[in-house]
Unconditional design. Structure first.
Ligand SMILES: *Cc1c(COP(=O)(O)O)cnc(C)c1O
Length: 427
């Protein structure tokens, strides 16, 4: 290879990996071990004191996991990454580094439902207070800033509606407030959108979705953009002050532009424990190798399905930013020119009954609560994931009674459309 930076497809296959130094195995092995033998007492002490990099215990790091981390860091253009047990674990660890009891963070109201629950309920127990803003209105983030604000959290393309956010405008608000912008890039993937290039200081992923891509493993990742100046800010003591659990080591001074990733590992992952299994890391690494090919096909199929649905007499509306005329189309063309992802919603004229009927009659589509699989997936939020909410709450969450959510897979587009056609014809 030449000295030029490899392209995205090359990085998807090679970044972070090399033939196994011990065996020559070409594929990164599953290092299924809990711990690692130290060379001697000095080596052990250096590892424990963070004076040397190396493997100690698989709760903190593992060679299979390390390759996955190097791969996602390269794809997102970050300085370092941390792979953990799930997307939710990744979010938990990020906020554990950043927040003290009584602190606030601002989050877009347009988020994955699980994140809304995590922020509204579980985070409250730690004294971490979410303040909600409107993802469609960057000024609402600015209006929500208080002296207690420590971070802003958004999704680049938001679940479930496929809404595209004006990330650069919200990044400008974060910069002015002197807080890091955290972007959940799960729906877009770095193939369609790289948040760091638009001002994100921390990127978070559910690896469970498009990055793993085959619906076989739960995992999450935190990517440090290396852009936030923790020492200058001085408001994040876990990074900028001497650490009592490492004999006064200052993580910000010692690790510079990857200090956040180090803090997330050696403080939060070490103490809270949601490590990814080496087997899951292996499966997700294999999935990543085909990320660009898969996303290209996901997007092509999503456009075809959305165009077909738009013309169907039983369909009332289609919300897909990839369609001309959509409220988010211009923003998508500017920020995600390669496509607006493959998750979107549409509404049936027949309302709730028609939605239930559709999901009961599909054959190729799987009725389940996931996205980002090679298989096409469908859900009717009002009768499933959002059933416990009032009709008003469902409406504001983008999950009204008539709403159906698709995650369009990479089967033949004609077969995906034929399945929807027969299911709609049967009502
Ligand atoms: C699924 C998902 C999560 C949570 O990830 P898990 O791996 O399920 O914990 C967070 N954000 C988005 C956008 C998701 O789709």
């Amino acid at each position: 290879m030449t000295e030029t930076t490899p392209g995205f497809a090359t990085l998807s296959i090679h970044a972070g990996a090399q033939p196994d130094p011990a065996t020559g195995a070409r594929i990164t092995p599953i290092y299924q071990t809990a711990s690692y033998v130290f060379d001697n007492a000095e080596h052990a002490a250096a590892l424990f004191g963070l004076q040397a990099f190396g493997n100690i215990y698989t709760r903190i790091n593992n060679p299979t996991q390390s390759v996955l981390e190097a791969r996602v860091a390269a794809l997102e253009g970050g300085t370092a990454a941390l792979a953990v047990a799930s997307g939710h674990a990744a979010q938990f660890l990020i906020f554990h580094v950043l927040l003290e009891p009584g602190d606030e963070f601002i989050a877009s109201r347009q988020l994955y439902g699980g994140s809304i629950n995590q922020f509204n309920h579980s985070f409250k127990k730690f004294g971490w207070n979410v303040v909600w803003a409107d993802g469609n209105d960057p000024a609402s983030f600015e209006a929500a800033v208080t002296p207690k604000t420590k971070a802003i959290f958004i999704e680049s393309i938001a679940n479930p509606g496929g809404i595209v956010l004006d990330v650069p405008a919200i990044a400008a608000v974060a910069k002015k407030a002197g807080v890091p912008l955290i972007v959940d890039n799960t729906l877009a993937t770095p193939y369609l959108f790289r948040p760091k290039e638009h001002g994100a200081d921390i990127v978070v992923h559910s690896l469970t979705k498009f990055l793993g891509g085959q619906g076989n493993s739960i995992g999450g990742a935190i990517i440090d953009s290396g852009t936030f100046d923790w020492l200058k800010s001085g408001r994040y003591p876990a990074i900028s002050q001497p650490n009592p659990s490492y004999h006064g080591l200052n993580i910000g001074e010692t690790f510079g532009n990857f200090a956040f990733a180090i803090a997330a590992r050696v403080l939060s992952l070490r103490d809270l424990g949601p490590a990814i299994s080496p087997f899951n890391a292996f499966l997700i690494l294999n999935g990543l190798e085909t990320l660009p090919l898969r996303i290209e096909r996901h997007v092509q199929n999503a456009v075809k399905v959305a165009e077909w649905l738009e013309k169907h007499p039983k369909v009332a509306w289609v919300n897909y930013a990839g369609l001309p005329g959509n409220r988010y189309h211009e923003l998508a063309q500017r920020l995600t020119p390669k496509g607006a992802g493959a998750v979107f919603t549409f509404g049936l004229k027949g309302g709730y009954e028609a939605g239930v009927n559709l999901i009961s009659n599909v054959k190729l589509f799987s009725l389940l609560a996931n996205i980002g699989d090679v298989r096409s997936l469908i859900i009717h939020p009002a009768s499933t994931t959002h059933a416990q909410l009032t009709p008003e709450q469902r409406e504001s969450a983008g999950a009204g009674d008539d709403t159906v959510r698709l995650s369009v897979g990479i089967e033949d587009a004609a077969d995906i459309i034929a399945d929807l056609e027969q299911a709609l014809a049967s009502q």
